[in-house]
Design a protein around this ligand. Structure first.
Ligand SMILES: Cc1cc2nc3c(=O)[nH]c(=O)nc-3n(C[C@H](O)[C@H](O)[C@H](O)COP(=O)(O)O)c2cc1C
Length: 172
C-alpha cells in the first residue's frame, strides 16, 4: 500500500459561465484545486478524460451533459490505472452538474473497487454548492469512508490555496 494519495479529477477547460458571462480558461476550475492538492500532498494526479472529448463550447457541453443525464449514459474514459490497490486515500474532484456528479464520474466510480478506501471529495459549482452530491456518493460508494467535502465557487478557486491546505490537513 502506497502512503501517497491519488488525486482523481474531472474538469473542463474552455468556456465557463459566470455572472451571465462566458469566458475562456486554459485550466478547468476543479483542475486548479486538484493542482493545489497535488502540491500539498505530493499525490499522484489522474485526470479523467473522456474518450470522446468534450467540446470547449459551453452550449455544446451543456447539450451533451443533458443527453448523458437523460439517457443514463456511461462515459468511457482513458484508463491509465489498472486498479486502486496501491492507494488508501483518494481525493475525488469534479464540478456540480445538475446537482450531482457528471456521468463520467459515475462511470469512474462504477469501474473500480472502492472497498475500505477513504474518499476526500472536492467540488466546484456556480451557486448549487454540494446539491445532492454527498448522498449520491454514499449510494455509489457504500463500502468507502467519505470525508467532509471541500466546496468552492468555480470563479473563486484561485483564491482557495490556503483554505484547501487547511481542509487537507484537517481531514488527513
Ligand atoms: C453541464 C453543466 C451543468 C452544470 N450544473 C450546475 C448545477 O447544477 N449547479 C451549479 O451550481 N453549477 C452547475 N454548473 C457549473 C459548474 O459546476 C461550474 O462552472 C464548475 O466550476 C465547472 O468546473 P470545471 O471548470 O472544473 O469543469 C454546471 C456546468 C455545466 C457545464
Amino acid at each position: 500500500m502506497n502512503s501517497k494519495p491519488l488525486i482523481v479529477y474531472f474538469s473542463l477547460k474552455g468556456e465557463t459561465y459566470h455572472h451571465s458571462r462566458l469566458s475562456y480558461q486554459n485550466y478547468g476550475n476543479t483542475e486548479v484545486l486538484a493542482l493545489f492538492i497535488e502540491k500539498i500532498t505530493s499525490g499522484d494526479l489522474f485526470a479523467l478524460k473522456a474518450k470522446i472529448p468534450y467540446s470547449e463550447k459551453y452550449n455544446e457541453i451543456l447539450e451533451r451533459a443533458i443527453d448523458e443525464k437523460k439517457r443514463y449514459l456511461s462515459v468511457s474514459f482513458h484508463k491509465y490505472l489498472s486498479s486502486l490497490d496501491q492507494y488508501q486515500d483518494i481525493y475525488l474532484g469534479f464540478p456540480n452538474w445538475f446537482g450531482t456528479f457528471p456521468n463520467i464520474v459515475a462511470t469512474f466510480l462504477a469501474t473500480y473497487d472502492f472497498t475500505s478506501k477513504t474518499i476526500h471529495p472536492f467540488i466546484t459549482h456556480e451557486g448549487g454548492y454540494l446539491g445532492q452530491i454527498e448522498d449520491d456518493l454514499k449510494k455509489y460508494l457504500p463500502n468507502a469512508t467519505i470525508k467532509k467535502p471541500f466546496c468552492a465557487y468555480g470563479f473563486e478557486v484561485r483564491k482557495k490555496a490556503l483554505a484547501i491546505k487547511r481542509w487537507v490537513l484537517e481531514n488527513e
